[in-house]
Design a protein around this ligand. Sequence first.
Ligand SMILES: *[C@@H]1O[C@H](CO)[C@@H](O)[C@H](O)[C@H]1NC(C)=O
Ligand SMILES: *[C@@H]1O[C@H](CO)[C@@H](O)[C@H](O)[C@H]1NC(C)=O
Length: 296
Amino acid sequence: MSVQSSVILVVVLGFFGIQCQRILEIHTKTDPLDPNGMSNAGVTVSITNNEGRTCVARKLEEEGDTFLPGEIDAFHDQEIGNCSMFHVPNNELTGFQVTHEGSDGVWVLWYRILFDDGTYKTCPEGVHIDDEEVHELEASASKRLILQLTRDRGSSLTMRSLMIFLALLGLTQAARVLEIHVFTDPDSNGMDGFASLDLEIVTTDFRFCYARDMQEPGDTYLPGEIDVFHDKEIGDCLNFDVPDKIIPKIRAFHHGGDGLVVSWYRILFDDGTYILCDDHTNIDNEAIHTINCSAM
Ligand SMILES: *[C@@H]1O[C@H](CO)[C@@H](O)[C@H](O)[C@H]1NC(C)=O
Ligand SMILES: *[C@@H]1O[C@H](CO)[C@@H](O)[C@H](O)[C@H]1NC(C)=O
């Protein structure tokens, strides 16, 4: 292990080594270069905690299309079997196993486990899985962080070292927006393609970003489903800097005749954390909602 990654590990353990947590969701990102994703097959995920207990999310599936190339799927509640609310003391995973069933192989770039304490962890895969293959993956928040810090984007080695040093001192609390998640109320009708939803994120220093007409390939805004909007789907909110990770409010803009009840919006940051913005009210026509957000 390099000095850099040891330093990161110490920082990460500092951040994540305190509480006991439960699993809320399992996410997958299908490789954009996968020619057709996966449709007539499935992957089963088994997660082992540091007490040696294992939960099983059999054949990840949800309503609407799943495993489309380049898309992120969020599986939750009964979709992840007894992994839903599975206890993971110290967020420590000692095993993460993926089993493929069926003959339609898939490239999954990574799996992500979202906990109920405002954090998530990522397990990179990135290799093809097919037939009855079994892959053992390694879950680590630190890898994710290293990935973020060392992603080229013009940042030099000195810059990265400086960031790591500042992180060690606890001086950099700013994080960047990675994704916007929308949970459509299970008891609502969802929203069809003739209506659209924009989201504006406002920071404490009064800057804002705008995600216009949040859409993704496949079905969106189905009742009881979580949509994950990312990359160009969130406009200039991608990599938007949020000082202290505080978003005092977001504003939702509805257009069109088919109203929608969003239970909550979630803003996922690039540092292994997220915040929630509770809504639960109907938005229709040209209405604008201002919604408060809070850390978990
Ligand atoms: C989850 O279900 C599997 C069987 O499908 C079982 O082996 C495992 O022990 C269960 N885990 C928990 C935490 O209940
Ligand atoms: C959101 O926060 C503002 C200011 O703190 C408060 O006035 C308002 O009532 C809150 N709205 C909701 C729906 O909680």
